[in-house]
Ligand binder design. Structure first.
Ligand code: DC
Length: 216
């Protein structure tokens, strides 16, 4: 069984996919974390981020592992836990270069398919229902209003004690959407057979409950 969840940044895909996988008793695959982990390696190796071939070479030489924990996933790069480093602002911004390289995407897609062939998964990302698993058991497109996504992000940051400007967050979200929608390979796109779940005004439990209704 493969449950595909695609959607824009900040729509709540990770938390929803994690909880859904838990409820279904299957694995959770965070594909964004894989692109992020390779970004960490590219930054450290000082590889030219515009050079798709060099990035692909780096990808073939790297070992990216997602290890389940009680609360989610830990991400390992060549045996080192990079779960925190992949969430920094620098990595978040530079992952754009890694994710737009067709040579890299081909490698990542193959890795993701191999994971899905071994076990039942809830996989989340941007191209899961369209490219990675076009024959997924069920596909969802988790969406939310950009303003709501900015508000949620602000709350998250505030809970971590960080002061942020909501307008600035909204600008960043719109910028990320633009990059995700216009990527030549593997852009964010709702699969024709995906069910749209609008999570605006819903909490994680409610979004998962909606998805579960369609899985019955
Ligand atoms: O979901 P996220 O924010 O962790 O994703 C990180 C980056 O990777 C983001 O720039 C979009 C990109 N990405 C992608 O291109 N394809 C995927 N399947 C998942 C993420």
């Amino acid at each position: 069984m493969v449950i595909a969840i695609d959607g824009p940044a900040g729509a709540g895909k990770s938390t929803v996919a994690k909880l859904l996988a838990q409820k279904l008793g299957i694995s959770y695959l965070d594909t964004g974390a894989m692109y992020r982990a390779l970004t960490v390696k590219a930054i450290r190796s000082k590889v030219d981020l515009e050079n798709g071939k060099a990035l692909a070479k780096l990808a073939t030489e790297s070992q990216i592992q997602l290890r389940p924990t009680a609360t989610g996933l830990n991400i390992f790069l060549d045996g080192e836990d990079v779960s925190e480093e992949i969430r920094t602002v620098e990595v978040t911004n530079k992952t754009f270069y890694i994710a737009r390289a067709p040579e890299v995407r081909e490698i990542m897609v193959n890795l993701q398919r191999a994971i899905g062939h071994k076990q039942s998964i809830v996989a989340e990302g941007r191209d899961i229902g369209t490219v990675v698993f076009p024959n997924a058991t069920k596909k969802f497109y988790l969406d939310a209003d950009p303003a709501e996504r900015a508000r949620r992000r602000m709350k998250e940051m505030q809970e971590k004690g960080k002061i942020v400007d909501e307008q600035e967050l909204l600008r960043e979200i719109n910028e990320r959407d633009q990059k995700d929608f216009t990527r030549k390979v593997g852009p964010l796109k709702k699969a024709d057979d995906a069910i749209v779940i609008d999570s605006s005004g819903l909490n994680v439990e409610q979004s998962v409950a909606k998805i579960m209704e369609f899985l019955k």
